[in-house]
Design a protein around this ligand. Structure first.
Ligand code: ADP
Length: 675
């Protein structure tokens, strides 16, 4: 006895021994129960499905439990030993073969994927032949079964084994492979009611006489099945089939029996019906399961991405806040330093050495201030608290001013500056301070990255829609693979340590420059033929929009013009009138909407500049009235106190051609009234 126990102990874990014990009992008992309903040649084989599930879930090594369970059952029913052995071995070989093939196919007993279900169905139906082969051959060696009986038995036995695999095997595998599950109360309620309905219908179909309804009974049975499979998933579909099979087989045995019917024929017919039902609904359930799972996975992934995104966003926000506070706080102590330096310079310094030192400090402080301003701007743009103060301007002025501003720095490094401009206005609706900032950044980079004695050329052009500014140098150039990335923030090209040492940047200049250009609706690109071959930065900024009425209205205008100034603030109106007179125009005044309309009709001005807030009607209403029925076809200019984009759109929509922003500057007036 001892060696046997130690052999078993060596080969099986406690858990396996317990499972083997349960499998042994289950096989003996279920076979005994099936024996009670045995109506030759119809035969139902619960042992086949149980064996398949046990070996699949717990390992092929557990086969002795199957053999022992079947042998005991056979012995209890007085089967001749060889027949008992043949049938029992048949079951063992059948289960081992099925499990082996399924494992090779990568089968997952939870039936997660459609292919698991197909693999299972195909293997279950084919391998089932093994049981009747062993069984019938061992019976025949006893000379017990011959002729036609054999053929019928083959099919009946295969059918019983297949059904057992498909119904009991699948059910046990799915339920024991993953025994825990969570459902909401509502879902549980739904499942219980759906199962009860199905069982009720199974009872009606299998236990009662449905011949009066003909084929219709099946339809009423199958429809709830469709709903069931769609709504409850694989696990409960398999349970439903298991229960239906029990109700079905017991119904055949103990329920309604038509007169003259053969029990075994009905039994086989029922088995075929159940198998066909499973062959249809199992793949169906698998498709539903796979879809649901995919959708769930996708949703989970989406949730993860959303969470990550919001984390990144909040980190980004925190970083921007920090940058803003950081640069702001650092600028504060700089102010007294700057004024102290100014004071020192004004008071005069005792000797050349001190002057040199103070100038050195002054230069460094200016650089720091500029960098902090850039940082502040970047963080403002990122936080969307940055506003452009747009106005109508001639960009030639801005570019000229920037070139003049950088001239000293260039001369200091012996770099030759040259520039070329068109001889007509290039009018933008842009923020002059920011356009200048763009220019200063590009020019100071050009100086920084061009060795002494080099050249920097600035060229301004315009096409139909854009002002185009070229800043070209013959300096160190940019590698082609870096050109694409050069506008990324904090990027500095570490090509050459010598050049890096001349740089005092943070790598935010170009990033800010690009952002500013984009905010103006423009674009910027960097070009270079490679290291040592110079660089060129090209900026496109859209020209100020002029509506078509304005073009037609202004095309025939000639200075001097007759201009009507409409402003209820007489002092302000008069100041504007003065500017107009200085520019050679003739001026008339109106202080209300009604007066403006009267004057327009009487003296037919060629240009009207109207304040938007008038006492009797606002500027929008005035513009609409003037443009109605083509009362007035001249140039209509709005006088703005604020210049947000929304207002610009609104004034355009009511018929204004252009606008000027307060405080009114002569240059703006000139541009607004130009041909
Ligand atoms: P930095 O503050 O370092 O100048 P920028 O954003 O202005 O930062 O520029 C980023 C990088 O682009 C610089 O470090 C430099 O390597 C390269 N770069 C910018 N302008 C030029 C230029 N005109 N010629 C060559 N390289 C340039």
């Amino acid at each position: 006895m001892r060696p046997i126990t130690s052999f078993i102990r060596r080969h099986y874990t406690d858990r396996e021994l317990i499972v083997m014990g349960i499998a042994f009992l289950a096989i003996t008992l279920s076979s005994q129960i099936a024996h009670a309903v045995y109506t030759p040649p119809a035969i139902f084989q619960p042992a086949a499905g149980i064996a398949l599930a046990v070996l699949m879930l717990e390992g092929i090594a557990l086969w002795p439990a199957i053999l022992a369970g079947l042998l005991l059952f056979m012995a209890a029913n007085d089967a001749p030993f060889l027949i008992a052995l043949g049938i029992s071995l048949g079951h063992v070989v059948h289960a081992i073969t099925a499990v082996f093939i399924l494992q090779k196919l990568g089968f997952d007993p939870i039936f997660r994927r459609i292919r698991d279900m197909f693999a299972f169905l195909i293997v279950s139906l084919t391998v089932s032949w093994i049981v009747p082969v062993f069984g019938i051959l061992s019976i025949q060696t006893h000379g017990l079964m011959m002729g036609q009986a054999v053929e019928v038995t083959w099919i009946a036995w295969w059918l019983g084994t297949s059904l057992s695999n498909v119904i009991i095997g699948a059910f046990l595998m799915r339920w024991f492979a993953k025994p825990t599950f969570v459902r909401t109360k509502w879902k549980t309620f739904e499942i219980v009611s759906a199962l009860s309905l199905l069982m009720g219908l199974s009872y009606l179909l299998f236990w009662n006489d449905t011949s009066a309804y003909g084929g219709l009974a099946i339809v009423f049975y199958i429809l709830p099945f469709v709903w069931f499979v769609l709504s409850v998933g694989m696990r409960f579909t398999l349970l439903a089939f298991f229960l239906t099979t029990i109700v079905g087989i017991s119904g055949i045995m103990y329920g309604f029996m038509p007169e003259g019917g053969s029990l075994s024929t009905r039994f086989i017919a029922t088995e075929i019906f159940l198998l066909a039902l499973a062959a249809i609904f199992y793949p169906f359930a698998a498709v539903v399961e796979e879809r649901t799972r995919a959708a769930r996975d996708l949703n989970a992934q989406l949730d993860r991405i959303k969470a990550l995104l919001s984390k990144v966003q909040s980190e980004d926000r925190a970083k921007n806040e920090f940058l803003a506070v950081f640069s702001h706080e650092l600028r504060n102590p700089l102010a007294p330093i700057v004024s102290s330096l100014e004071y020192l310079k004004i008071r005069g310094l005792p000797d050349a050495e001190s002057t040199r030192i103070v100038e050195g400090i002054d230069e460094r402080v200016k650089t720091i201030t500029r960098l902090l301003d850039d940082l502040l701007d970047i963080s403002r743009i990122s936080r969307k608290t940055f506003k452009l103060r747009r106005e109508i301007l001639d960009v030639r002025e801005v570019v000229r001013k920037s070139v003049r501003g950088m001239q000293e720095q260039a001369t200091h490094k012996s770099i030759v500056f040259s520039s070329s401009f068109p001889d007509h206005d290039v009018v933008l609706n842009a923020d002059p301070v920011r356009i200048e900032q763009v220019m200063l950044n590009l020019l100071s980079n050009a100086i920084k990255y061009t060795p002494a004695g080099g050249r920097v050329h600035v060229r301004l052009e315009s096409d139909d829609a854009h002002a185009i500014i070229y800043v070209r140098d013959n300096g160190i150039g940019i590698k082609s693979e870096m050109l694409r990335r050069i506008f990324e923030p904090f990027l500095q090209l570490k090509t050459d340590h010598q050049h890096r040492s001349v740089s005092e940047g943070l790598g935010i200049g170009l990033s800010l420059t690009e952002k500013l250009v984009l905010m103006h609706g423009g674009r910027i690109e960097a070009k270079s033929e490679g290291e040592g071959r110079g660089s060129e930065f090209v900026v496109h900024i859209p020209l100020a929009p002029i509506t078509s009425t304005a073009v037609s209205a202004t095309s025939h205008l000639k200075t001097p013009l007759k201009v009507l100034v409409v402003d209820d603030n007489e002092t302000a109106g008069y100041a504007l009138g003065q500017i107009l007179t200085d520019q050679g125009h003739r001026v008339e005044y109106a202080t209300s909407g009604v007066e403006a309309i009267q004057k327009t009709i009487e003296s037919k001005p060629q240009g009207i500049i109207a304040d938007l807030g008038l006492p009797d009607m606002d500027g929008y209403a005035l513009a609409r009235t003037l443009r109605e029925d083509e009362n007035y076809g001249g140039l209509l200019i709005a006088l703005f106190s604020s210049d947000t984009d929304k207002d610009v759109r609104k004034i355009k929509s009511v018929g204004f051609d252009r606008y000027i922003t307060r405080p009114v500057e002569p240059e703006h007036v000139r541009i607004a009234l130009r041909d």
